[in-house]
Design a binder for this molecule. Structure first.
Ligand code: HPA
Length: 275
């Protein structure tokens, strides 16, 4: 058994000492959505610190715990707080929580984030269903010996965002009366925001939104055969598009303002993600 899988197993045993909860869907909450977990019928919570070897986030405003509960009839595990590559963790650690949620039983994953809007017409507060991604600017989380227990060496990424789940996201938005854009998400390492020149490059490459998470998590999930969906909350116009300099406070504020709408959509989607 390889090191990565051994660590994952240790984390899994820690979780199982606390709860036998078996989720069907997994959810990662991005900036501003931290309060969403209170919409779930909660069964248990588990602080990341209680899990041996688990990466703990250092970003202000990121809580750092699993919430186990139900959205309607669907058992869900929800990450309130994620870790980012820019915090200094190895990519294998960044995606460990995703792998752990799959081991717990989740076959479907909804990733959420705050992102900078690149495409013309994007406005702060917009929600964007992720249709595809560009992860070429961050190291792959699959680098290193392949974890055979999880998936194959050379996994296909052409259908990384599941078509059926994308339809579910679009239908849920319609039912909620929420306008939804669709687009391609590009992950940068951060932690600095991009330069205007980098954003010009991202635009040429076909990116509609840019952020510092999500794409690596989607790769790890797809490697394990999970069905993946993603929704970005456009918290700001990307650098050079916006006339004002970016600040983390502004990003947080905009994400907080959209949180109610975002939360309603996420709840509707996740309650349709059962087996
Ligand atoms: N760039 C990168 N990450 C982000 C941004 C951005 O403009 N906004 C929110 N996360």
């Amino acid at each position: 058994m390889g090191e990565v899988y051994e660590k994952l197993q240790r984390c899994y045993r820690s979780v199982r000492q606390k709860t036998g909860f078996c989720p069907q869907a997994a959810l990662v909450l991005g900036s501003g959505l931290g309060g969403f977990a209170s919409m779930l019928r909660t069964e248990a919570v588990m602080d990341y610190r209680e899990i041996e070897g688990f990466p703990v986030s250092t970003v202000a405003g990121h809580k750092g715990r699993f919430v186990f509960g139900y959205a309607g009839e669907v058992p869900v595990v929800c990450m309130q707080g994620r870790v980012h590559y820019y915090e200094g963790y190895a990519m294998q650690d960044v995606v460990l929580p995703i792998r752990l949620m799959k081991l717990m039983g989740a076959r479907r994953l909804l990733l959420t984030n705050a992102a900078g809007g690149i495409r013309d017409g994007m406005q702060p507060g917009d929600l964007m269903a992720i249709t595809g991604q560009i992860a070429s600017f961050v190291p792959s989380p699959l680098i290193g010996p392949n974890v055979e227990e999880l998936g194959e060496r050379f996994p296909d990424m052409s259908g990384i965002y599941d078509k059926g789940l994308l339809e579910l996201v679009c239908a849920a938005a319609k039912e909620c009366g929420i306008a939804l854009k669709k687009g391609v998400y590009l992950q940068m390492t951060g932690p600095q925001y991009e330069s205007p020149q980098e954003i010009a490059m991202c635009r040429i490459l076909g990116a509609d939104a840019v952020g510092m998470s999500t794409a690596c998590e989607a790769i790890a999930a797809r490697h394990m055969g999970m069905e993946v969906a993603g929704i970005s909350c456009i918290s700001n116009l990307a650098a050079g598009i916006s006339p004002v300099p970016l600040s983390h406070d502004e990003v947080k504020r905009a994400a907080d303002q959209a949180a109610e709408k975002f939360g309603r959509l996420v709840y509707r989607v996740i309650s349709g993600m059962g087996e």
